[in-house]
Design a protein around this ligand. Sequence first.
Ligand code: SAM
Length: 275
Amino acid sequence: MPLNPSQTRELLDKLEHQPNKKLGQNFLVDGNIVRKSIELAEVSATDRVVEIGPGLGTLSQAILKTGASVWAVERDASLAKHLRENIQPQAPDFHLIEGDCLDSPRAGLDDLSDGYKIVANLPYAVSTPWMEAVLAGPLPSCMVLMLQKEAGDRYSAQHGTKNFGAISIFLQSAYSVTGRHLVAAPCFYPAPKVDSVLLRLELKRDFIRFPENARECVRRIFTQRRKQLGTLCKKDPEAHALAWFESMIKEGISPNIRPEDLALEHWQSFAKRMS
Ligand code: SAM
């Protein structure tokens, strides 16, 4: 069972640790959410699971209990010390590195031949750059992620909505969103001021990965999302986007369309051209 809010406070006092807002330290204190995360990821004893920001080790311990092995990366030195001293000695399958998930998006898991999953209550400030690093591959078969609701809305947005953007395109080209659960603030200590959502993402059979040059171009286009796509493509220094857009006009796409109104499958044709 995870620690409840007062046990969490006691442990933090014992460690003389003040939750760090900048590092998004809102610890999970709700047993149902911890259980649900593991159930949604269908974690089994043979799985290798990457966890970002293990914090006090609540989620890590629940994953380890299934018999799975855990690769985790924690940026906070005092929490990493706690994990090394109090969790690792009893858990040989717990592999921890102290560092930044943007440098180690797979927490040092190098042998990916048998596949892997990701289960994490993410530090909200870095969730999108971290996600982009994961999407560069090799890709996990499944991810169950606690996110700021706003980020979750962008990840799962459909075209024609204000939330649809570069990350929606990269993520949904590789993953189906197969679960979405709102999570209330009291499930964390301290309670965050923003809403949270638990997302389940499942790797598509026919996943498409955007190469870096295509991602860079799509990101640039979405920095001016209210402009017409044709105008934006003309600014592509290498003219790849312009050639792609001209081919779409021939297929009947309006020359006046805005980036957020273009459907996923059309964006995917850009990735294929650039691969
Ligand atoms: N997993 C724990 C839980 O669910 O209770 C803690 C989750 S808390 C939302 C986010 C964790 O990520 C914190 O432990 C924080 O120190 C860590 N963190 C923040 N930024 C990080 C980064 N760039 N790389 C790795 N860990 C980071």
